[in-house]
Design a protein around this ligand. Sequence first.
Ligand SMILES: NC(=O)c1ccc[n+]([C@@H]2O[C@H](COP(=O)([O-])OP(=O)(O)OC[C@H]3O[C@@H](n4cnc5c(N)ncnc54)[C@H](OP(=O)(O)O)[C@@H]3O)[C@@H](O)[C@H]2O)c1
Length: 243
Amino acid sequence: MTPRPTRVALVTGARRGIGAATVTALAEAGLQVVAAVRSPTSTPGADLTITGDVTDAGDVHRMLAEVADRLGPVDVLVNNAGGFLRPGTTLDTTKEEWEQQLALNLTAPFVMTQAVLPGMIARGWGRIVTIGSVVARAPALGNATAYVAAKAGVVGWTRQLALETAGTGVTANVVNPGTTRTEHLDDYLRDSDRAGADLAASIPMGRLGDPAEVAAAVRYLVGEDAGFTTGISIDVNGGVAMS
Ligand SMILES: NC(=O)c1ccc[n+]([C@@H]2O[C@H](COP(=O)([O-])OP(=O)(O)OC[C@H]3O[C@@H](n4cnc5c(N)ncnc54)[C@H](OP(=O)(O)O)[C@@H]3O)[C@@H](O)[C@H]2O)c1
């Protein structure tokens, strides 16, 4: 039997947090991993690091061309880059903030996916995983309303994408983390009057998630044996929102 070539996985937002944990998990699973970061850095476990802004279509195409040149086409795309700058309600969110949140959390995964999908379909194999959020399922005050809309959009779009690609060898799925202990969360806690212990107390399991626990769900979805799993969202949230 001809040995299977090593799959090439691209993880966006890979400098730290869930993205960095995903790079580690996929490298341990034997994939060649590309870390896409916003500014130059090195991500442990990555075979290649590329730099650019995922909301800039020119950067996206330049980054993908670099991956193709150095390692080959992308077989596994993990749309992880995302987040929000400040909490905001429908009344106090500006139209610019709304558009910025949708651009980062919803449009960037779409543009990135559109760029790699034709090659995946032509090769008869591909995995698209987008990192959503528990906020798509469980509204809570203190969120950014545009971020919630974008993350809910990710779920709807991924189901549609799964149907569009069914039977091509490509799958599309979402991982929805609950509150996860990352540097980003530490920054948020420093700037707000909330404490990590309060957040943990609001989770049935009584603790925050670990980035590696989110990465483990991604690792499953991108595996060879997950080929019959498409259009789903895996919730990694300590029991906050149950299926
Ligand atoms: N932590 C949680 O509790 C939690 C809960 C639910 C969902 N999530 C989701 O999980 C994902 C990862 O979040 P995280 O908690 O690990 O936080 P994080 O460390 O802030 O990760 C977000 C990453 O996205 C990158 N990024 C942001 N804007 C970008 C842009 N325009 N172009 C390229 N990269 C960009 C950031 O780059 P820099 O490193 O340069 O800033 C950062 O590395 C996000 O989609 C987030 O919405 C997190």
